[in-house]
Design a protein around this ligand. Structure first.
Ligand code: BGC
Length: 758
């Protein structure tokens, strides 16, 4: 009887929710009152239940938990689970939701999370690639589509965007983020949050987003995944945190913490990060989910002696939900009763979880995302068109000598060579959600689909990249020896007017746990390239990869190089658009390409050091056997046209703390075709209370110009743009001299100087 009364109140009276309208979710206005009302109904056990997340399938991303499915089912029925992950499809989520709704006392709906990283069914470029488009609108649109396809399949929460600034190409997860720059990553973070969540979560086509991994995960020592992170306060605040702050300000519903430790404290047990910075200083009111099992992993970190202590440390530090770690469910009730964890902290965590559930509309209709009709409304053809559009914008032209590209009309015989040339799977990349295996348009198919019929296209694979089965959980075994296909490839190449060689990395060479000490062309690929080049020098190298590669030989010898990443479902068509000149490439690198792996971590926005450059003497901060700069720097990318930058003009050489100045430059298209240039603004604080980067990206603008056309691009610089986390441990600007740079990449820039008066 008690159950019925509570339930009646819950569904009908207490919250004045219109449960009959399944498409319009409850307004967020009354969310706080509703959250408080629910909280007062809850027992301690039920509260702890909201902080527990279970995996729901065997698509594991970490070690399996010890609990069997039967036990999980019982716990769901008892209201001891707040969320699940990897439960996919409207039927599966409905079934799981039913267990809760038809059996538990309070019927608090579950959230269903999933790693929707670059698309759900329609697969877009991997995030690093997509960032190379510098097209925030396009990135918002792909998140919106990913959200729709997820929502139509029962998923209402994505563990994305991954906004770990990462500067080490050895780290396999560099493909999942937006590269080396905090400003660009912040912009992408906001675009993604907007795209996934829409204006507010009260939209059944939108889903909750997650800013991850909080924090420092991209800085694992030596590029090793899960490894120790030694960064100080200065780097943490100036480099790592800005994208997270931007996501929090944009209203991201959840954060995920991280596997790594940060200067001695695991991120999952890091109170300063989660409770002080995120929740107190930034006043963010969503919830923090742990990374997979990262709470009990504090035992291996040597911070907790057992699960119970790990649970205590994590909850006290502000980790609200335990993803598949089994620590909260086994210990939190006891910890509260023993006075080791305060119930206020539990209440705060539960309120955070309930708040997101209310905002998602789950209290109005727990089955809102288990609605089969949404799937019927999706135009996958339209989504594919978007995938092709963003994929072509993500391609970066690294080199184009001998005027090989776009492919000219007199080219009548094209040889397409390489292990990745007709690979329909690798472009789908890692973290592919429900992207079907082998479903991408391969490069060969793209050329065949889009080519002039008078042109003969021949194909020879040349070699395999890997040996044996590929899998999400095992590293790929690279083919180091089998060159049996070389002869056919060499013959095919020798008869062609132009050779397109597609090399790079397998889909599962990057991603979680995929750190590598070698980042060149793996296996026999380099040799294949050199053999082809010996018989035909008209080679276009198309790189298909998820991380920056060491391609120094190719950069010196091969006349044309196209960075085509792992571009998703429409990969081949997008590459053909660029090779055939239907799209003039406009992508710019979001990450530096090294001359040698020994330069890693490598990034443009480095500090000066006390001995920045004196190449005539060994005692400077470089190498004796290699230059210290990048082979291809951050922001770099060519076009089929040429752009000329005029002089950089400042509206004033002095700026007031309350005022602003304008930096302008005239850009001209001096080539023969229309093109798009990403004009980039960088700043440098010359003398400050802490050391500052030699330059930092602070703005960019895409400019389309017809041949012969010019446009003046103006950036406004204000005091806020000059702020940094300084020696006072505050975000402040400091009076003094600044340099302004504008140009088409982080290396080739026009410069001017101004001073800030305070
Ligand atoms: C990854 C997270 C991911 C989670 C759930 C972990 O191994 O680090 O990024 O969201 O698994 O799949």
């Amino acid at each position: 009887m008690k159950k019925l009364n509570l339930l009646g109140c819950f569904l009908l009276g207490c919250f004045m929710v219109k449960a009959q309208d399944s498409t319009i979710k409850s307004s967020v206005k009354n969310v706080e009152a509703k959250v408080d009302s629910v909280l007062t109904l809850m027992t301690l056990e039920e509260k702890v239940g909201q902080l527990v997340q279970y995996n729901g399938s065997w698509d594991l991303t970490g070690p399996a938990s010890e609990m069997n499915n039967k036990q999980k089912e019982e716990n769901l029925k008892a209201g001891k689970v707040g969320a699940m992950l990897n439960v996919l499809s409207v039927d599966a989520t409905r079934e799981a939701q039913k267990l809760v709704m038809e059996n538990s006392r309070l019927q608090i709906p579950l959230m269903f999370g999933y790693d929707v990283i670059h698309g759900y069914t329609t697969i877009f470029p991997v995030p690093l690639a997509e960032t190379a488009s510098w097209d925030l609108e396009a990135m918002e649109r792909t998140a919106e589509i990913a959200a729709l396809e997820s929502a139509a399949n029962g998923v209402n929460w994505t563990f994305s965007p991954m906004i770990d600034v990462s500067r080490d190409a050895r780290w396999g997860r560099i493909m999942e983020g937006s590269g080396e720059d905090p400003y660009l990553t912040s912009k992408v973070a906001v675009a993604k949050v907007k795209g996934y969540q829409s204006e507010d979560l009260a939209n059944p086509r939108s889903i909750a987003a997650t800013a991850k991994h909080f924090a420092g995960y991209g800085f694992g020592e030596a590029g090793r995944d899960y490894n120790t992170v030694h960064i100080g306060e200065n780097e943490l605040h100036n480099t790592i945190l800005p994208p997270f702050k931007a996501a929090a300000d944009a209203g991201v519903a959840t954060f995920m913490n991280a596997f790594n430790d940060l200067d001695g404290i695991p991120a999952t047990g890091h109170k300063t990060l989660q409770r002080d910075i995120l929740k107190r200083d930034w006043d963010w009111n969503g919830f923090v989910v742990s990374d997979w099992g990262s709470i009990p992993e504090m035992i291996a970190h040597g911070i907790a002696k057992d699960k119970k202590e790990a649970a205590k440390i994590a909850l006290n530090a502000g980790s609200d939900m335990d993803m598949e770690g089994g620590a909260y469910e086994s210990s939190l009730v006891d910890l509260v009763e023993e006075g080791e964890v305060s119930e206020d902290y539990i209440n705060d965590a539960v309120k955070r979880v309930l708040r997101v559930k209310f905002k998602l509309g789950l209290f109005d209709d727990p089955y809102l995302y288990s609605n089969a009709n949404l799937l019927d409304q999706i135009s996958f053809e339209e989504h594919k068109a978007v995938a092709r559009d963003v994929a072509k914008k993500s391609i970066v032209l690294l080199k184009n000598e001998k005027d090989l590209l776009p492919i000219k009309e007199f080219v009548k015989k094209i040889a397409v060579i390489g292990p990745l040339a007709d690979d329909k799977d690798t472009p789908i990349g890692n973290w592919r959600a429900q992207g079907e295996a082998n479903s991408a348009v391969s490069l060969l198919e793209g050329l065949q689909n889009n080519n002039d019929e008078n042109v003969e296209i021949s194909y020879a694979k040349g070699a395999d990249l890997g040996v044996g089965e590929r899998s999400f959980l095992m590293p790929l075994e690279i083919n180091e020896t089998d060159k049996s296909g070389f002869e056919e490839a060499i013959n095919t190449a020798s008869e062609a007017d132009l050779v397109i060689v597609a090399l790079g990395e397998d889909a599962f060479q990057t991603g979680e746990g995929r750190s590598q000490v070698n980042i060149g062309l793996a296996g026999v690929q380099q040799e294949l390239l050199e053999e082809i080049y010996k018989v035909n020098q008209n080679v276009v190298l198309v790189l298909i990869n998820g991380r920056p590669l060491e391609i120094t030989w190719a950069a010196e010898n091969i006349p044309a190089i196209v960075e085509a990443w792992q571009l998703g479902s429409e990969s081949g068509n997008a590459i053909a658009d660029v090779l055939l000149g239907d799209y003039n490439p406009s992508g710019k690198l979001p990450v530096s390409f090294p001359r040698a792996v020994g330069q890693e971590p490598l990034y443009y926005n480095q500090k000066s050091t006390g001995r920045p450059s004196n190449p005539t003497h060994v005692t400077y901060s470089g190498y004796t056997d290699e230059k210290k700069d990048a082979l291809y720097p951050f922001g770099f990318g060519l076009s089929y046209t040429d752009f000329e930058y005029g002089d950089l003009q400042l509206s004033s050489e002095e700026m007031d703390a309350n005022g602003s100045i304008e930096a302008s430059i005239t850009l001209s298209n001096i080539g023969n075709v229309e093109g798009k240039e990403i004009v980039q603004l960088y700043l440098r604080d010359l003398v400050a209370s802490t050391t500052r980067p030699v330059k930092e990206l602070k703005g960019f603008e895409a400019v389309n110009l017809a041949p012969g056309e010019s446009k003046t691009v103006t950036f406004e610089i204000d005091e806020e743009m000059l702020q940094f986390y300084n020696a006072n441990r505050k975000w402040e600007s400091e009076a003094g001299e600044f340099e302004v740079f504008i140009g088409g990449n982080s290396r080739d820039l026009q410069k001017a100087t101004f001073s800030l008066k305070k």
